[in-house]
Structure formats: C-alpha cells, structure tokens
Design a protein around this ligand. Structure first.
Ligand code: GLN
Length: 483
C-alpha cells in the first residue's frame, strides 16, 4: 500500500479497496519502522492523523469525493499547525506550538488530507543539505551517507522512501526543486503569490513560496490544487482563478518551444548530469517539442544577488525571535540586552547567525547602496532576461543542480561551496517564476533532476510537460533499495 501514488490512493479510496484509516495505520507503522534511518520527521501527529482519517472515511461514506479526501501527507515544519510544535528546524522554536493553522494547512485539511506529521528541515529553511537542522541531519534514502538536499529535505526523504505519497515544502532559492532532484522526486515551486504564505514562517518574504513534493507530476497537480488560491490574509497572494491542474495534464507537446540556456552548461556542471539533461531534451523532442538554444546573460550574478537579498530579508524577519515574544529564552538574564543577546545566541544555529549578520551588514546605512540596492537591480536584470526568453520559447529546460547529492558533512566547512549548488534554482525565485524539477536519471546510483521553468501562472504547462515525459520514461518509478 505504501507504493501507491496520491492518484492511485484516490482511486483506491473511491473504489473502497481500503479505507483512509487502514492506509494511515500502514504508513504510521512504516514511519516508525524506517524513519530512524532517515530522521525525516521532527514530530509525528498520530492522533490527529487517525482522527482526520476516520473523518475522511465518514465523509466518503456519505458520498463525498475528492482527490485529497483521506490522502496522507506531511507538512514541512515551518507551516504553522495549531496546537502542534512548529519548530522551523530550530532550537529557537523547539517549544513553540502554533496558535493557528497556516492557510496551506487549513486548506489541505478542509480538502480531507490527513497529516501524519511535521518534517525535518534546515533551520529556518536556510540550507541545501538539511544539515543545519537543530534535530540533526536527514539522510538520503538513495544512499544513507549522502544528503537529501534542503531545505525541505525531510519532506523529500520521507516521500522518496515511500513513507508517504506526498508532502508540502517551501522554496526560497530552490528548497523544493533541489531536494526533489536529489531524491528522485517531482517538486514544484509555484509562481510567487500563487500559494498563500500566511502561517508559513518567513525566511525571505519576497522569495518564499510553498509547493508540493511528490513522486509524479500527476500527484503534484493534486497537491497544488489543494494549496493554491487567493488568501486575503497574505497581501502578496494573487487574486487569480486557480485552474484545474489535473485537467492540464493532457496537452500535446507538439510544437512546444523549449529553450535551453547556453549559460547552464558551464564548467561547474557535472558532465554526466549534462548528458542526462540532453537525453531528457531528446525525449521531449520525440514527443514533438522543438528545442532552441537561448541565453540568460545575467545568470552569473544570481548567486551574489540572492545571497545579499535573502539574508537581508532574513535579518529583518528573524528580529521577532527576541526571547520575549516567541520560543527560546536564555536562563537567568541579567538585563534586557543580555536576554536578547543570549536568547538569540543560544537559540539560533551558526548558519542562521551567519545569514543574520550578512543581512544586517548589507542593510546598514553605509553599505545599503553598494549591496542591497545593487542586488535589487540585478534582480530586475534577471527578470528581464527571462521575459525576453519567454518571448521566444514556452518553457526553459536545464539541470536542477550542478552535482548529485554530496556526502554528509562534505560542504560543512565551506558555506560558499553549498551556496554554489543553488545556481540553477535561485533565478526563478528572484524573478518570481514557477519551476519544476523531475527525475531524469542517475549518476553513481544517485538521482539527477531536470528543471523546467515557465512564465507566470503557467504551473499547468510545467505539470503537463512533466506528465508527458513521465508517461514515456520510468525514472520517477525507481525506488531506493531498502525502502
Ligand atoms: N539553499 C538556499 C538557501 O540556503 C535556498 C533555501 C530555500 O529555498 N529555502 O538560502
């Protein structure tokens, strides 16, 4: 039963082959048995899950239907869950029980999804390896000595290991697409504003976006349907109708114009990944797509711009964690300044502290123009590059990451080496565009992802291209040994 996709689960529940309660029990037992190897969960919510599963079964018995009614999922532990620990992977929030549900959590619960637990993540979503979590590193089910990617590494590892069919993640600079690539999943970062950020603990508010992680594009369509939509509580949420994503999966790729940026194939890319990307292009050509080389000339400036803007926003967002209002407070403070300093010094881990310092420096009066303002100008140039490219092509295709999953600890002493792994993903966040990563093969037994980018609100196009590709390839069906 643990091998079923969301789409198969929906059919099985509708055909009364099993109940949501039975399925939930199977998956909870599987998590208890296998997760100690992976560390993909921070909290399990067994009681809530069984209550929700029984309620979903009762709704189905009364004749209700719906692709998510009774479907087991988990939430990255930065989505607020009422009365349940919402840690953000940090000691700072280890004792924090959210007083309300994030919009995404509430919407999925209303659609009948069953929450099995809260997944592990990089502290405050800062990282690409899931090694900065206060709750310890997550292991990649494809090779337990390797990282699963981050920051949604717990969601990715759990879904890849078939502990559950799908999970939520968030993507500020690649944190859905990159762990999806490194664990052989399909992951979608929606257009900025498509999914509500209300109740999603902020890292960099102008870049953060929630989205689905699952094994197939078909399942991403189902989960995104439950997450997307206007939310008056989020002033950056966009009041556009949500299309039927599952209905968008049947389009022909005949004549689809695919742009492959020449800048993506520079010396930093593992040549074996380049080969797999070219194979995926050929596969799409067989389905009728036409391929064209394009240029994104400002791409080389993306990492420096992102690593100014994201820390700048983080330094502001994380100022609320002061030992007074939320979470951790140091022992016996002697005065208010001591309380602030020690609560933050003891509550935040080293990567979070590094980002806060970089961000505060970039925003300081003397350096604002040189760093923050400059980075914002680069951001506009990157967006303009994409707008020009999308005048010529329908989607942009390239690698999701320059390398496969690295060994645990390999980049710990060199944060910049880890930042360089984000080179292909961060531009979509800087421009606010939707992006998807899907399985494209293996290097040394480790999964490789191909990334697709589309114009604003064309999530349906991304899902359709990925679905057509998955109907003709079987990379996404491969299961890691031992799971
Ligand atoms: N790796 C990037 C960072 O550390 C992206 C993280 C994310 O998308 N949350 O900022």
């Amino acid at each position: 039963m643990h091998q079923l996709t969301l789409a198969e689960i929906a059919r099985g529940l509708a055909d009364k082959k099993f109940s949501s309660e039975e399925l939930t029990k199977v998956l909870l037992a599987r998590i208890a048995q296998l997760d100690p190897q992976l560390n993909s969960f921070i909290s399990l919510t067994e009681d809530l899950a069984l209550t929700q599963a029984k309620a979903a079964d009762a709704r189905r018995a009364k004749g209700e239907s719906g692709a998510l009614l009774g479907a087991p999922i988990a939430h990255k532990d930065l989505f607020c869950t009422q009365g349940i620990r919402t840690s953000c992977g940090s000691k700072m929030l280890d004792n924090f029980k959210a007083p309300y549900d994030a919009t995404v959590v509430a919407k999925l619960a209303a659609a009948g999804a069953v929450t099995l637990g809260k997944t592990n993540m990089d502290e405050f979503a800062m990282g690409s390896a899931n090694e900065s979590s206060y709750y310890g590193a997550v292991k990649n089910p494809w090779n337990l000595e390797h990282v699963p990617g981050g920051s949604s590494g717990g969601s990715a590892a759990a879904v890849a290991a078939r502990l559950l069919p799908a999970a939520t993640g968030t993507d500020t600079g690649g944190s859905i697409r990159q762990p999806a690539a490194l664990t052989n999943l399909t992951g979608l970062k929606p257009t900025y504003g498509r999914v509500s950020r209300w109740g999603m603990i902020a890292y960099a508010s102008s870049l953060d976006q929630g989205g689905p992680l699952a094994r197939t594009a078909e399942d991403c369509a189902i989960l995104l349907q439950g997450m997307a939509g206007f939310d008056p509580n989020d002033s950056t949420s966009i009041d556009e109708p949500v299309p039927d994503y599952s209905a968008s999966l049947n389009g022909s790729l005949q004549g689809l114009r695919i742009g492959v940026p020449k800048e993506y194939f520079g010396p930093g890319l593992d040549p074996r990944i380049a080969d797999l990307i070219h194979n995926s292009v050929k596969e799409l050509e067989k389905l009728g797509a036409v391929v064209k080389e394009i240029s994104l000339p400002n791409m080389q400036h993306a990492i420096p711009a992102y690593y100014v803007i994201a820390p700048a926003e983080a330094s502001s967002n994380l100022s609320r964690f002061d030992g007074v209002r939320f979470g951790y407070r140091c022992e016996n403070p002697v005065n208010l300044i001591d309380l602030y300093k020690r609560s933050r010094g003891e509550g935040f881990g080293p990567e979070v502290q590094r980002r806060i310092m970089v961000g505060a420096y970039a925003l300081s009066a003397g350096y604002y123009d040189a760093y923050y303002l400059k980075a914002q100008k680069i951001r506009r140039l990157i967006k303009n590059d994409f707008m020009a490219a999308f005048n010529e092509v329908d989607i942009i295709l390239g690698p999701t990451t320059p390398n496969p999953a690295w060994k645990l600890g390999a980049k710990n002493s060199d944060p910049v080496a880890a930042y360089l792994e984000d080179v292909y993903t961060i531009t979509a966040n800087l421009a606010g565009l939707p992006g998807l990563s899907m399985p494209a093969g293996f290097v040394d037994g480790l999964p490789v992802g191909v990334q697709l980018l589309a114009p604003y609100f064309q999530e349906g196009r991304l899902l359709n291209v990925a679905h057509q590709y998955q109907l003709n390839t079987d990379w996404h069906t491969r299961t890691p040994t031992g799971f």
